[in-house]
Ligand binder design. Structure first.
Ligand code: RFL
Ligand code: PHB
Length: 397
């Protein structure tokens, strides 16, 4: 129990974390008339400063529309009908639209977050930023609590349910006793060094490049802003990479025509992200529900992280709506199992795309020939292209 004198508030759903998962859940619940409070440890500016995902599946776009935050996305998002693979000196297009009649949308996670934050502010639902010492209590009982410190003072939030949307390093998953959860994990011996630059993208669609020296990706945020990545060893530091070194490395991994078309410029942001596959089972512990990166991580190669966070959150919002609007708690009981089925398919696809396109230190000649044969097969088989397309645009929610 909170000591006397500590301010207490209560809500139905306490959401820990104001990344895309927490903000989208808050918005879907608010639209459905379900009270919620978001508690975030960082400032709004810090949350907005993180450059991350760029590709939205159709299901994610639909979820954002349902949350009432898709106006700018529909205006400014770039609809892409396919991607290109670059290897052995040439580019090969995979046309999602022709293969399966579906597309993806290029719209940065920063912009998704900005739109969700604006909607949150307009709704008047409470958000607490810069909450320190956040801790979760009694989620195995009937009345959980979230405690935190704000401006030096302790607060207690009583709730029915806690949504742990606090990312991979958050407190929610860590609050569950080790014996109650099972972790599945794979670390890759490399990371991605990413650069954002105010330059026109090298191609109309994303180019995923496989090269003996390592993977590279040409992505974008708009027609004038590009996002590029190169595979680097996991021990590498961004500070060792001048802009010139980055551009030279990127160019060396692209086919000649793409390398020649590359427009370079000063980097606006440069950072290294490690690559990891991770799943925590189950995703529910009593009245604590994990969603997004708090429950699972995929390597970014399949562009699935943000999209998985959105599909968890839609499943959780629907289950909470069933509980509060119709008194039906069964959907909450199904939450973990439903999410995990989709999560594992995205894990598989992201692991496969990563294995297909990266250089693995220590790989022998046999492994390299098999990888090349798989790329060759992929671009020459409609069935294989279709399988990639189905997974890339997103399996059904
Ligand atoms: P986030 O975004 O990490 O947000 C979690 C929030 O919780 C807060 N927090 C806490 N709050 C309160 N108390 C605590 N103790 C807390 N601990 C943490 C954090 O400050 C933060 O604000 O998780 P969320 O919402 O689950 O969203 C997940 C996505 O951010 C992530 O999956 C994607 O960015 C992954 N990802 C991509 N996903 C895609 O779908 N498509 C892509 O193209 C794509 N590209 C990428 C990516 C991730 C990358 N990196 C940096 C790993 C490219 C890269 C390079
Ligand atoms: C990005 O634009 O940041 C991006 C795009 C596709 C990916 C990963 C990251 O697979």
């Amino acid at each position: 129990m909170a000591p006397n004198g500590i301010p207490r508030a209560s809500t139905r759903v306490a959401i820990v974390g104001a990344g895309p998962a927490g903000l989208l859940l808050g918005q879907l619940l608010t639209v459905a008339g379900i009270d919620n409070v978001i508690i975030e440890q960082r400032s709004p500016a810090y949350v907005l400063g993180r450059i991350r995902a760029g590709i939205l599946e159709c299901g994610t776009v639909e979820a954002l529309a349902r949350a009432g935050v898709a106006a700018r996305l529909h205006e400014e998002g770039l609809v892409h009908h396919g991607i290109e693979l670059s290897f052995d000196g040439a580019r090969h297009r995979i046309d999602f639209h022709a293969l399966i009649g579906r597309d993806v949308t290029v719209y940065g996670q920063t912009e998704v977050t900005r739109d969700l934050m604006a909607a949150r502010a307009a709704s008047g639902m409470p958000s607490v930023y810069e909450a320190a010492g956040v801790s979760l209590h009694d989620f195995d009982g009937a009345r959980p609590q979230v405690r935190y410190r704000k401006d030096g003072a302790w607060h207690v939030l009583d709730c029915d349910v806690i949504a742990g949307c606090d990312g991979f390093h958050g407190v929610s998953r860590a609050s569950v006793p080790g014996a109650a959860r099972r972790i599945f994990e794979r670390e890759y011996p490399f990371g991605w060094l990413g650069v954002l630059s105010e330059t026109p993208p090298v191609a109309d669609e994303l180019v995923y490049a496989s090269h003996p020296q390592g993977f590279a990706l040409c992505s974008m945020r708009s027609k004038t802003r590009s996002r590029y990545y190169v595979q680097v060893p996991s021990t590498e530091q961004a500070a060792n990479w001048s802009d010139a070194r980055f551009w030279d490395t990127l160019r060396s991994r692209l086919d000649p025509a793409t390398a020649q078309a590359l427009v370079t410029g000063p980097s606006i942001e440069k950072s290294i992200a490690p690559l990891r596959s991770f799943v925590c089972e189950p995703m529910r512990f009593g009245r604590l529900f994990l969603a997004g990166d708090a429950a699972h991580i995929v390597p970014p190669t399949g562009a699935k992280g943000l999209n998985l966070a959105a599909s968890d959150v839609v499943t959780l919002a629907d289950a909470l709506i069933a509980r509060y609007a119709h008194g039906d708690a069964h959907e909450l009981d199904l939450y973990s199992e439903r999410c995990l089925r989709r999560v594992w398919k995205a894990e598989r696809f992201s692991w496969w795309m990563t294995s297909l396109l990266h250089s693995f230190p220590g790989a022998d000649d046999f492994a390299r020939r098999i990888q090349r044969a798989e790329l060759d097969y992929l671009v020459s088989s409609k069935a294989a292209c279709r399988s990639l397309a189905e997974n890339y645009v997103g399996l059904p929610h």
